[in-house]
Design a protein around this ligand. Structure first.
Ligand code: ATP
Length: 214
């Protein structure tokens, strides 16, 4: 049986640089709401692996979180777009919203490969999500198309990608922040400041998401 294998970050960066073509990071999520854990991950992985851009791909229908998603996809996208405005090399992607239906990363990386021929796709996951890769739809297809980048998330330090995946771990500041906790904070009237980017806090307040401003 093959086992998950870790590749040093500097090797991952140099080996890939040599080949040319664009280097794209894909950080998919529900972003319900977006928070500093997502942004700190995006900018630091981009820097460490010398990626041209990191796309925050907003899930249209995150089927693995059925029943626990609060804000509609269009509102989650609005928060992400507001949060990343002005961050060099980090962009919000609505491709899963445009595709509609359940959001499968296999479809997303297939589409990105078609629209960005020759690009290196780097799938960026928190360690909690990486530990669950074997529950994904068409896991093998995803594995064929991407290089896996894992950031360690507080509470999921021991989680590892399943057997068969090689991956690189990028060290980013470990921030114990989750969308679940932030929804509870908004609902209770506790502050979101510094945990959610200002521009996204304004979207939450203006659109009264998560019971904010009741
Ligand atoms: P939930 O509260 O449901 O756990 P979440 O905070 O994980 O939500 P998602 O939008 O589901 O938010 O996360 C998208 C991606 O970002 C996942 O790969 C997840 O592991 C990663 N991620 C989320 N929060 C952090 C964090 N604090 N540090 C590092 N990675 C994170």
């Amino acid at each position: 049986m093959s086992t998950a294998q870790e590749v040093p970050a500097d090797v991952a960066a140099s080996g890939l640089r040599a080949r040319g073509g664009s280097r794209i990071g894909v950080l998919g999520g529900t972003f319900d709401p977006v928070h500093v854990g997502h942004l700190v991950t995006a900018v630091n992985v981009r820097h460490e692996l010398e990626l041209d851009q990191v796309l925050l791909v907003v899930a249209n229908d995150p089927w693995q979180k059925a029943g626990s998603v609060s804000a509609p996809a269009s509102e989650r996208f609005a928060m992400v777009a507001a949060a990343v405005a002005g961050i060099p090399g980090v962009e919000a992607s609505d491709l899963e919203l445009r595709r509609g239906g359940p959001s499968y990363t296999a479809d997303t990386v297939e589409e990105l490969a078609a629209t960005h021929p020759g690009a290196e796709l780097h799938l960026i996951l928190g360690s909690d999500a990486a530990g669950g890769l074997d529950t994904w739809e068409r896991e093998a297809e995803v594995r064929e198309r991407v290089r896996l980048v894992v950031v360690v998330r507080p509470g999921a330090e021991a989680a590892r990608p399943p057997a068969g995946w090689s991956h690189v771990v990028v060290e980013v500041p470990r921030l114990d922040v989750s969308s679940t906790d932030l929804r509870a904070r908004a609902g209770d009237g506790r502050p979101l400041d510094w945990l959610v980017p200002d521009a996204a806090v304004r979207v939450i307040e203006e659109r009264r998401l998560y019971g904010a401003g009741r």
